[in-house]
Design a binder for this molecule. Sequence first.
Ligand SMILES: *[C@@H]1O[C@H](CO)[C@@H](O)[C@H](O)[C@H]1NC(C)=O
Ligand SMILES: *[C@@H]1O[C@H](CO)[C@@H](O)[C@H](O)[C@H]1NC(C)=O
Ligand SMILES: *[C@@H]1O[C@H](CO)[C@@H](O)[C@H](O)[C@H]1NC(C)=O
Ligand SMILES: *[C@@H]1O[C@H](CO)[C@@H](O)[C@H](O)[C@H]1NC(C)=O
Ligand SMILES: *[C@@H]1O[C@H](CO)[C@@H](O)[C@H](O)[C@H]1NC(C)=O
Ligand SMILES: *[C@@H]1O[C@H](CO)[C@@H](O)[C@H](O)[C@H]1NC(C)=O
Length: 510
Amino acid sequence: MKSLLPLSMQAISIAIALSSFLETSASAQESTGSSTACDKDCQDLVDTGIAFERSSRAHEGVDDFYTIPNEFDPSMEPGTLLRVEEHTDITNYTVPGGLTMSRIMYTSESLNGTVVPVSAFVLWPYAPFEYEHKAGHSNSSCPSSNTNNSTKFPLVAWAHGTSGVFPPCAPSNYRSLQYNFMTAYSLALDGFVVIATDYAGLGVTTLPDGAQSHAWLAGPAGANDVTYAIDAVRKAFPANLDADGPFVAMGHSQGGGVAWSFAERQAVHPQKGYRGTISISPATRVIDEIERAMDVLGAAEDPATVPIWAPTALGLQVKVVAAVTAVYPEYNDVGMSEAAYDRWHNVLEPAGGCLVTDTLSFLGVTDQVRANWTADPLVREWQDVASSGRKAFRGPMLVIVGGEDALPVDMLEEDVEATCAVEGNEGQGLEMEVYGGMQHFPVIQASRGKWMRWVKERISTPAGHSSGGGGVCGKKTVVEGFNTEYTSHTIAPNWLVSWASPMEAYKYAL
Ligand SMILES: *[C@@H]1O[C@H](CO)[C@@H](O)[C@H](O)[C@H]1NC(C)=O
Ligand SMILES: *[C@@H]1O[C@H](CO)[C@@H](O)[C@H](O)[C@H]1NC(C)=O
Ligand SMILES: *[C@@H]1O[C@H](CO)[C@@H](O)[C@H](O)[C@H]1NC(C)=O
Ligand SMILES: *[C@@H]1O[C@H](CO)[C@@H](O)[C@H](O)[C@H]1NC(C)=O
Ligand SMILES: *[C@@H]1O[C@H](CO)[C@@H](O)[C@H](O)[C@H]1NC(C)=O
Ligand SMILES: *[C@@H]1O[C@H](CO)[C@@H](O)[C@H](O)[C@H]1NC(C)=O
């Protein structure tokens, strides 16, 4: 076990994916008769993961804030405000000086229309980004300038990437709000209120009928959670957020798919103040991607030379099987191997393990899914309802991806082209930027100058006007960075925001 811990998450996930792939392709899915139980090494890894996850949370376990209030009723309208914690005690968070935080609970709607309670955090700037309409657009009767009122804030709705799928995995309860300076802190430091849903099933405790299971990678479900978080935060703080104030939606990875689905939702159910969407490294069609990864790895003479996205996609399979079950309970995880089913239901779920523990607890489970599981009609149906892209959307939208991302760039290009070919989309701005040499998390930092400028431009542009890229659908740009060979290359972020207890406050002198 000791020798495993220093490995990067990337190496670990590749090791898992490759071993599972080689096993799957070598022989039929027959149990070897070896024990599927979690042995001592496995238990040590799980304990290590759980201890780290606990130490990363601002409150012990999931605090009272996340308990469903008695007045919650599934017949409520989505977007109903259920709870407001106006001033979150940030003692145990790493929130930068000047910023403040709130938490809210509100109702959203799951894929099948069930109304569910969802939590979110709100990160408040010290002072708002001041937006002014550019020369030529100035219109004194247009109410959205905030230059003479420092209590009115523009908004960014943030859709987070995978944190896990069980209730303890809520970013609002992570000391660093999961994406820390990569997105949420940076946006708030530049004057934007960040409203960040946890998504249904994360944070708020599960409903008795199970209707609260987290619909991982179901873009339209996450898009509902983002939409109603915006409605709810405007209701909670009317003195600071206008009901029609300008906002941009933005997300990464799982949240990149959610953001894209959000832009699609805006085409059907527009929200006041919408100025555009940024989708970074989005998960769009994960079943197709997994099948493609199997082909790529099957054809590769040397598995070490395959692009990073392929083993990454295969490493997601158990979670995808569980995600299908979250939407169709009758599917009952049949795509999992016996060993994986045991590990998921008897080890990870009871522990409430999030992404770190998930990764650690599956080390050594070589045989994770059943052969041909992606061909199941219910799995295909899930992809149809869960996917993002190839539909009408409301722009403008900026799609950002790393040249070495955890998803294949050419598949994303196909999604962009197919999206722009949808009737009515030709007038919607959609720009794709590929950041050469950048992987899944580093691409967020590499593209920061671009997206921050884009957010500011969009917020400063009156409703109905386009800017930067105009109404061109499908423009593609490749950015070649400086010294990319020498920069950090990892799927996961290459840094953490750390935290010390009051007894160890001297650490802050570092
Ligand atoms: C911060 O964490 C400590 C334990 O680590 C706990 O005793 C304290 O109540 C927490 N404070 C808040 C405001 O949650
Ligand atoms: C200014 O805004 C008002 C109300 O939104 C609109 O009726 C008018 O056409 C606008 N004028 C210009 C010059 O854009
Ligand atoms: C600016 O503030 C004044 C009151 O101080 C108000 O009358 C005016 O409408 C405001 N202008 C804008 C653009 O909000
Ligand atoms: C909606 O889906 C959830 C699973 O996400 C399920 O538990 C619930 O029974 C479904 N409700 C209806 C009305 O189909
Ligand atoms: C700014 O807006 C708030 C909320 O609408 C209002 O109470 C306040 O009077 C405004 N301040 C100025 C200077 O206009
Ligand atoms: C895979 O599953 C599909 C649908 O269940 C089935 O039609 C097909 O024959 C299967 N292929 C193999 C190789 O088992």
